[in-house]
Ligand binder design. Sequence first.
Ligand code: SF4
Length: 222
Amino acid sequence: MTDTLRVSELFYSIQGESTRAGLPCAFVRLCGCNLRCVYCDSRYTWDEEGRLLRMAEVCSWLERYPGVLAEITGGEPLLQEAVYPLMDALLAQGREVLIETSGSLSIAQVPAAAGVILDIKCPDSGMEERNDWGNIELLRQRKAAGSRDEIKFVLSSEEDAAWAVRIVRQHELNALAPVLFSPVIGKAAPQRLAELILQERLPVRLQLQLHTQIWPGAQRGV
Ligand code: SF4
């Protein structure tokens, strides 16, 4: 198995999404994605070559931030096989590790001690048919093993929100993990989304991307 990663960027910032939002976090963003979401804010990762780094080099960069939450993201980080030993190595450093994935690939090999942030792609992303629904059963098994995963819907419209409400209920996702509803800036109005969540009496979290409020307009490194 290779221990080399194609890295788009390494940066230390504030966690802007997930239930850990607001915490300092060391990010490892990997290159490449198998999806093409309409709203993608990291499309520079799609085709860029990035830097080829050995796992030890990535770990050594992370050692500058001892004990800090680490998040591996992309692109789609599960496309690179070295992501698995990287997660093991970071967990062995004794830190909390998150991995954000599009939900189009199986999470079966992700260590139980790492927290998966699993996107479920809504219709307006253009990628709904790429959802790997088998991941829901895997989330169930991971929860039984003590994992602290999360499920995220990125919503572009009220139609997306209505779809997400239906999926949450149909699969009883709240029983598996915290569920995050995150509006696409400039597309889905947070106020409408808040009203819908209250009206539906759904125990999901409305999430506004914190980093876009702290550093508006910043394209990379946040
Ligand atoms: S899965 Fe993520 S990185 Fe890939 S296209 Fe969609 S939003 Fe962009």
